[in-house]
Ligand binder design. Structure first.
Ligand code: NDP
Ligand code: X2X
Length: 340
C-alpha cells in the first residue's frame, strides 16, 4: 500500500512566520483560508472586487488585489477557476511573484502548459479530494478531507515539507494525504469527475429517473429512489466501503445489486471510460475546455440551462423546500417547524 501521510508526518514550522496569499475565495479558496487561519497561519486573500471580496472581508480577512496579495506573500496558492488562471497569472501574479512557493489545488494548468512557472520558486500541489465546502465543514467537525500533494519544482529543498505543512493546516492530514505528480493528479481528477463522480453519476441518476417516470411512476417517488436515497447509500460506502453498504441494505437489494448492476454498467461502460481517459491523457479534453472558454462557453451554457430544466430538478426543488435540513447548514428543528 502506498505511504499515507498524517498529521504526525508534517511540521507546521514550515508555515510559521510565513504569509500565505490565497488567490480566490470560492469553493476551495474560502475553505483553505478559513482552515489555515484557524490553524494559526497568516493568510491574506487576493481577489477582484465583487461578491467574493465582500465575503472574504466579512469573514475578517485582509483582502487585496491579486497583485498586491501576491507581492507580499511567502506562499501563493492559486484557487481561481482553472480556465481563468492563465490570464490572471500572466497579468497579475507573474509580475508580482517573489514568493518562495507557488501552489495549486489542481494540476491542469501546469500539466497542460497553460502556466509556465518561474524557475526560482517551488511549485507544488495540495489537492483536496472533495468539494471545498466539505473541506471547511469537515475541518469544523475536527475531521478532514484527504488530499493529494505533488512537487513540480523544488528550489528550496523543502517543497515536500511545505506541502505537508499546508495539507495539515487545511485539515487534510486528519484524513490522510498521498504523494502524486501533477500529471497523475490532473488525469485522475479529470477522469473521476467526468466518468464517475459527476458526469457518470448524474447520467445514471437521470437515466433511472427517466426510466421510472416514462413507465408511469410518480416523479416524486422516482426522485426519492434515484437521487435522494443515493446520499444515504453513498454515506454507507463512505463509512464502510461497498461491503459496509451491502451489510446495511437488505439481501433482496444485495441480490439485485449482484444480478442487475452488471447489466446496467456492463463492459461497454468500461470501454467508454477508457476512451474518456484517453481523451484526457492526449489533451483532447483540455483543448476542448480551453476553446469552449475562449468562445465564451456556448455549449456549456446551453447544456447547463437544459440540465437545470430537467424534470428531476423541477421535482427536486419542490421536495427540498419541505426538507430544509437536506441543506446541511440547516438545523433539524428547521425541518420540524417547516412541517408543523
Ligand atoms: N470546487 C472544488 O471542490 C475543487 C476545486 N479544485 C480546484 O481549486 C481551484 C479553484 O476552484 P474552485 O474553488 O472550485 O473555484 P470557484 O469558482 O469556486 O471560485 C473561484 C474564485 O476565484 C475568484 N475569481 C474568479 N475570477 C477572478 C479574477 N479574475 N480575479 C480574482 N479573483 C477571481 C472568484 O471570485 P468572484 O466572486 O469575483 O467570481 C472566486 O472567489 C481550481 O483549480 C479547481 O480545479 C480542486 C479540488 C476540488
Ligand atoms: C470536488 C472535486 O474534487 C472535483 C469534482 O474534482 C472538482 O470540483 O474539481
Amino acid at each position: 500500500m502506498a505511504k499515507m501521510y498524517y498529521n504526525g508526518d508534517a511540521n507546521a514550522e514550515y508555515l510559521n512566520g510565513k504569509k500565505v496569499a490565497v488567490i480566490g475565495y470560492g469553493s476551495q479558496g474560502h475553505a483553505h483560508a478559513l482552515n489555515m487561519r484557524d490553524s494559526g497561519v497568516d493568510v491574506v486573500i487576493g481577489l477582484r472586487k465583487g461578491k467574493s471580496w465582500e465575503k472574504a472581508a466579512e469573514d475578517g480577512f485582509q483582502v487585496y488585489t491579486v497583485g498586491e496579495a501576491t507581492a507580499q506573500a511567502d506562499v501563493v496558492m492559486i484557487l481561481l477557476p482553472d480556465e481563468l488562471q492563465p490570464k490572471v497569472y500572466k497579468e497579475e501574479i507573474e509580475p508580482n511573484l517573489t514568493s518562495q512557493a507557488l501552489m495549486f489545488a489542481h494540476g491542469f494548468n501546469i500539466h497542460f502548459n497553460q502556466i509556465v512557472p518561474p524557475k526560482e520558486c517551488d511549485v507544488l500541489l495540495v489537492a483536496p479530494k472533495g468539494p471545498g465546502h466539505l473541506v471547511r465543514r469537515t475541518y469544523e467537525q475536527d475531521a478532514g478531507v484527504p488530499a493529494l500533494f505533488a512537487v513540480y519544482q523544488d528550489v528550496t529543498g523543502e517543497a515536500q515539507e511545505l506541502a505537508l505543512a499546508y495539507a495539515k493546516a487545511i485539515g487534510a492530514l486528519r484524513a490522510g494525504a498521498l504523494e502524486t505528480t501533477f500529471k497523475e493528479e490532473t488525469e485522475t481528477d479529470l477522469f473521476g469527475e467526468q466518468a464517475v463522480l459527476c458526469g457518470g453519476l448524474t447520467s445514471l441518476v437521470k437515466a433511472g429517473f427517466e426510466t421510472l417516470t416514462e413507465a408511469g411512476y410518480q416523479p416524486e417517488l422516482a426522485y426519492f429512489e434515484c437521487l435522494h436515497e443515493l446520499k444515504l447509500i453513498v454515506d454507507l460506502m463512505y463509512e464502510g466501503g461497498l461491503e459496509g453498504m451491502r451489510y446495511s441494505i437488505s439481501d433482496t437489494a444485495q441480490w439485485g445489486d449482484f444480478v442487475s448492476g452488471p447489466r446496467v454498467v456492463d463492459a461497454r461502460v468500461k470501454e467508454e471510460m477508457k476512451a474518456v481517459l484517453k481523451d484526457i491523457q492526449e489533451g483532447k479534453f483540455a483543448k476542448g475546455w480551453i476553446l469552449e472558454n475562449q468562445a465564451n462557453r456556448p455549449v456549456f451554457n446551453a447544456v447547463n440551462q437544459r440540465e437545470n430544466e430537467h424534470p428531476i430538478e423541477q421535482v427536486g426543488r419542490e421536495l427540498r423546500k419541505m426538507m430544509p435540513f437536506v441543506n446541511s447548514s440547516k438545523k433539524k428543528e428547521v425541518a420540524v417547524s417547516a412541517n408543523n
